[in-house]
Design a protein around this ligand. Structure first.
Ligand SMILES: *Cc1c(COP(=O)(O)O)cnc(C)c1O
Length: 406
């Protein structure tokens, strides 16, 4: 059994003050609280300088020219699709092993969605499957307008390979980098957009950096940057060059397209800036946690997440796959056993094409067998900043006992 915490309270876990170890959680420091409090006392709660500060901080960290902060990661994906001009009749391809938002952003624009099967080792979209599907779509005249790689668990997809295919087949690439804040690919930060038009982040509390709710779109393209800002605020402009009739006076503005209010507040942005100060330390800690899991799990009938040599994962998740053919227990029993022992595990992801909404659009079981097999065997172990090594050991002990049952 895990030891009581230092204060001697009956808390079961060292990492958290409670009986359940979550799979992910935020860390809020005194500096974070002070930063947000200062904004509360300032003149600007929204549309103020904290937003620009946060945008510059993230753009600089990533080495991207522009960063546009929005109200959440889903809004980031949606404005990105709008900025690219995705419309009814267009096509977006993404991974089935993702959160539903990666696909929904195209549906918001009335576009069609299709999926590309994954690589079982990394959980990322398979380059070979993409190449094959593109060949066929080229013959049939159904090439995608956008391909959206999702950096599953925080490890970059094969962006160099995807960008070669983008050049050959002429599609846009937008990275769903919700898991990958702080990840590195071929020496550059994910978000640098060296191989894509845009990349998006989420700052939900389970993610790596949080603003409560929040998101960001990164791009090196000036035109896309302008469109992102425009669609973030109702597609309203005051710029004389863009007005369709002559200005009525200094108060005048025009709404030219249909946009949204996808703004983030200054309170959230300042929290984000404060958290970004710790990003290096957060990333380092997550690597240590992942390395420790890799070691502790050695010899157990589980497949550990595969690491690519040309990238450094941000380790949003630590996803294992049970080797079900070597086990007399099923994934569900193991999952429920972990939960019963106070280990807040999760499953990432129910393949998006199997959601009722997507089934009604014609998808069915068997369409993407690798993603389905991944789902059948996957469990995400607790992974967050502040996870105590003793708790990790205990999680693996409990897992080991469950795997050896019967
Ligand atoms: C969290 C997440 C999103 C959506 O982000 P929100 O901020 O929750 O809207 C999109 N894609 C992926 C892969 C995610 O994990």
């Amino acid at each position: 059994m895990p030891a009581a915490n230092q204060s001697g309270s009956p808390t079961r876990w060292r990492s958290v003050a409670g009986p359940v170890l979550p799979y992910g959680r935020q860390t809020i420091t005194d500096e974070d609280v002070a930063a947000v409090t200062a904004v509360l006392r300032s003149d600007w709660l929204t549309q103020g300088p904290a937003i620009t500060r946060f945008e510059s901080k993230v753009a600089d960290w990533c080495g991207a020219k522009h960063a546009v902060a929005v109200s959440n990661g889903t809004a980031a994906l949606h404005v990105a699709m709008q900025a690219i001009g995705l419309k009814p009749g267009d096509r977006l391809w993404t991974s089935p092993n993702t959160f539903v938002a990666s696909a929904n952003c195209a549906r918001y624009c009335g576009a069609e969605v299709d999926f590309v099967d994954i690589d079982r080792g990394t959980g990322n979209l398979s380059l070979a499957a993409l190449a094959k599907k593109l060949e066929q779509a080229d013959r049939e005249g159904t090439l995608p307008n956008v391909v959206m790689p999702v950096h599953y668990s925080g490890q970059s997809c094969d962006m160099a390979g995807i960008s070669e295919l983008a050049k050959r087949y002429g599609f846009n690439t937008v990275e769903d980098a919700a898991h990958a804040v702080g990840a590195v690919y071929r020496g550059e930060a994910v978000g640098a957009c060296g191989f894509s038009q845009m990349a998006t982040f989420s700052f939900h509390p389970v993610k790596i950096v949080t603003t409560g709710e929040g998101g960001m779109v990164l791009t090196n393209n000036d035109g896309l940057n302008e469109k992102l800002r425009y669609f973030r605020t109702h597609a309203i402009t005051r710029e004389t060059g863009l007005l369709e009739v002559e200005s009525h006076g200094p108060w005048y503005y025009e709404q030219i397209d249909l946009g949204w209010n996808y703004r983030i507040t200054d309170l959230q942005a300042e929290l984000g800036s404060s958290q970004m100060e710790r990003l290096d330390a957060i990333n380092r800690e997550r690597v240590e946690i992942a390395d420790r899991y890799d070691e502790l799990l050695t010899g157990l009938p589980v497949r550990r997440p595969e690491r690519m040599t040309d990238s450094k994962s941000a380790w949003h998740l630590y996803p294992i796959q049970l080797e079900l053919d070597r086990l007399s227990v099923g994934r569900r029993e193991v999952f429920e056993g972990l939960r019963a022992a106070g280990v807040g595990v999760q499953v990432h992801y129910i393949p998006v094409h199997l959601q009722p909404y997507y089934r009604r659009l014609g998808f069915k079981p068997g369409d993407f067998p690798e993603a389905e097999a991944f789902y059948e065997s996957e469990i995400s172990l607790p992974m967050f900043s502040g996870l105590h090594p003793d708790d990790q050991r205990e999680v693996v002990n409990i897992l080991g006992r469950l795997l050896n049952a019967n």
